[in-house]
Design a protein around this ligand. Structure first.
Ligand SMILES: Cc1cc2nc3c(=O)[nH]c(=O)nc-3n(C[C@H](O)[C@H](O)[C@H](O)COP(=O)(O)O)c2cc1C
Length: 170
């Protein structure tokens, strides 16, 4: 499968089957996250694997977007550890963590699993419930699992602006 075939095949899967995810698949996904590049290689991020009943309940308490998953990956950025661009003091923590999250998202697909990037959650509430998440910008939660046989892409999946709108050759 080429990279574009993988990218085309991925969609936000909002209905996951009850089948558990094998640890080897989670390990491969996490390896892909850790292989992500970061500015000045500062690696100012953390990936949490939430699978204990308490951690899963905390995620359910923080977002309705759980889609039947038994395991969740949470990605956070630590601003104090990130590279800061001298010219404008832009902090690259969230950029770095977002690249990591993108690697995770595509690796989930590559492992034959399914997910949705969830950004709509109550981050302060999640950090109160799981104190280890405090001090990070939480950029993504990925509910991970096997796609339910009845799962299909939402209509907006197929809507992409045209190349002419999105790309300009200078
Ligand atoms: C940063 C980000 C945050 C998102 N947050 C949510 C979310 O909280 N809940 C949800 O159902 N989908 C969420 N999505 C999924 C998008 O709605 C989805 O990627 C988009 O509609 C395109 O559809 P596709 O992923 O099927 O191609 C998010 C996607 C991204 C990239």
């Amino acid at each position: 499968m080429t990279f574009n075939e993988l990218a085309r095949r991925r969609y936000s899967c909002r209905k996951l089957a009850a089948k558990p995810v094998e640890q080897e698949k989670l390990d491969a996904i996490i390896e892909a996250g850790i292989l992500a590049p970061t500015a000045v290689n500062k690696q100012p991020f953390k990936i949490w694997v939430a699978k204990s009943p308490d951690a899963v309940k905390a995620i359910h308490d923080a977002t309705p977007f759980t889609f039947g998953a038994g395991v969740f990956l949470v990605v956070g950025a630590k601003r104090e550890d990130a590279w800061v661009r001298p010219a404008d003091k832009a902090n690259f923590a969230d950029v770095d963590a977002t690249i990591v999250a993108t690697h995770l998202m595509l690796a989930i697909e590559d492992q034959g699993l399914a997910s949705t990037w969830v950004g709509h959650f109550d981050a302060p509430k999640l950090q109160a419930l799981i104190p280890g998440l405090a001090g990070y910008d939480l950029v993504a939660i990925f509910p991970v699992g096997y796609a339910d046989p009845s799962a299909k892409p939402a209509p907006q999946h197929a809507k992409r602006k045209s190349v002419a709108e999105l790309v300009e050759t200078l």
